[in-house]
Ligand binder design. Structure first.
Ligand code: DX5
Ligand code: ZN
Length: 217
């Protein structure tokens, strides 16, 4: 399977969102990565339901929604109704993670669990078979354009071992500071989904940047 590329809309031009959505539609990207921040779980507020509805109306590819919010159970149904194809909650934000995951899956969409840079991959051992995706944060969540934390490579390798041992085919997504300098090493370490915000949207030719990430150049 070739790597899945998910441009992060957080770095798009909000004054001309349609243009950037159409760019992703016509590019080699696979998903739209959509960051929802509540100003409580993370020290930033991004965008919410009306904006995601507008993205959904124009997007021709799946929406990978990353909830950086406390107590996400309150909004699972809403985010699925407005078009989430993959819905990811944070391990650190859920008291009853298994229940939350079961709720997401009951709506027939793919479920993901995100872990912060300080959270060890071992906490996922007893949930890994129940989920479709692990979103491994390679920056502290809350902002686009931060520097990649290089310890992520080792973490991906450790998670890959758990995935192999448990004989499951969960996707390993890397989120934060991904660019053409670290993408190959991440894929070689076991990652199969790359989120990229700043690297894509601040480049002169975003479609080419996406293609290069996809082809692992
Ligand atoms: C960070 C977000 C990321 C962010 C990635 O909290 O979860 O998805 O948009 O942006 P870059 O690729 O610029 O680090
Ligand atoms: Zn994200």
């Amino acid at each position: 399977m070739s790597v899945i590329i998910a441009p992060s809309i957080l770095s798009a031009d909000f004054s001309n969102l349609q243009k950037d959505i159409e760019m992703v539609n016509s590019s080699d990207a696979d998903w739209f990565h959509i960051d929802v921040m509540d100003g409580v779980f993370v020290p930033n507020i991004s965008f919410g339901i009306p904006v995601i509805k507008a993205i959904k109306r124009n997007a021709t590819k799946p929406l990978d929604i990353h909830l950086m919010i406390v107590d996400p159970d309150r909004y699972i149904k809403t985010f699925i109704e407005i078009g989430a194809d993959i819905l990811t909650v944070h391990y650190e934000a859920c008291n009853h993670l298994h229940r939350t995951i079961e709720k997401i899956k009951s709506f027939g969409v793919k479920s993901g669990v995100a872990i912060n840079p300080h959270t060890p991959v071992t906490v996922l051992k007893d949930i890994i078979k129940d989920i479709d995706l692990v979103c491994m944060m390679s920056v502290n969540p809350g902002f686009g354009g931060q520097s990649f934390i290089s310890r992520t490579y080792e973490k991906v390798k450790r998670l890959t071992k758990i995935v192999e041992k448990e004989k499951t085919n969960v996707l390993i997504e890397i989120d934060g500071g991904v660019n053409d300098k670290n993408s190959k090493k991440l894929i070689d370490s076991g990652a199969n989904v790359l989120v990229a915000g700043n690297h894509v949207f601040s480049s002169i030719n975003p479609e080419k940047t996406i293609r290069n990430l996809k082809l692992n150049l």
